[in-house]
Design a protein around this ligand. Sequence first.
Ligand code: GRG
Length: 307
Amino acid sequence: MNGLSVYPTFIDSYKKLIDDFIITHFDKMGYGNKFRHNKFSLADSMLYTLTTPGKRIRPIFLMLAAESLGFTDKKRILPFASSLELIHSYSLIHDDLPQMDNDSLRRGKPTNHIVFGEAAAILSGDALLTEAFVMLTDENYTEGLEPGKIIKAIREISYASGAGGLVEGQFHDINSFGESLSLEEIEYINKKKTAGLISAACAVGAILSGAEEPVVSEFRKFGNLVGLAFQSMDDVLGITGNKEVIGKTAGIDKTNNRLTVAEKIGLEKTGELIKEYNDKAMRHLEKTGAETGKLAELIIYLTNRIS
Ligand code: GRG
């Protein structure tokens, strides 16, 4: 880790592949645009958040993990990678609702419920989550992949999205507003809320490449630690970042009385913890014999980012 914040040039080409795949998928599905309410269709609301530029790190981690083990068949990898962006977008829409974080700015734009209303935001989140599984089980996308691998990959994603990850993490997060948590408790929430899906992304990349469980397990651990580093950096930016650059409301954690790692131990110690997470993550990755270059570049960038 040299601590330099250099934007890896490969990110933009991966983002384009993911965004193009998502648009092609929605065009192919042809979800109804004729029956509109207040000029909007359900697909408009789904695509509003989904296609707004974001970092796309979950799909990129999946693609890089697969490639690091020599599996480069983008046609087979992209549906799995893109499904994670659908799940992530659903979580952002629901997270911003008044009953959750109650935020009005996301990815530099008004949040989904501000534009489409709360009921539409709940429904478009639901539809994005289920659409991820339509994408994951499309025979045209999975053709040529071994069924056992597909099932294993879908289970990994399902577990990380529900009671085993994202939703459990959010449950504790929301119910902990105003509470004085220990560092271990905050870390547990971050592991479930954020690291789970990143960990699943890395594990699925390894699964698709045909790796055996011991290697998949190292990728899972790598993703978990990288996810903890990523969330801790997100908490730092929640304090030090400005609204125009981070594209969401700065200080929302304070407003919601949410105790983050950065609030608990301070900015300096959080910086040290992030480095520790990343160093440990790299040790897991190095055990796999994978080509680590791009993954290492990505995590250095993500933990030195300003947005
Ligand atoms: C089931 C009603 C219901 C709600 C669930 C699961 C959930 C809502 C919310 C998950 C909480 C959450 C949003 C966790 C992720 C935290 C995080 C770091 C989000 C930001 O991710 P980035 O920085 O965002 O990757 P971009 O915009 O770049 O994609």
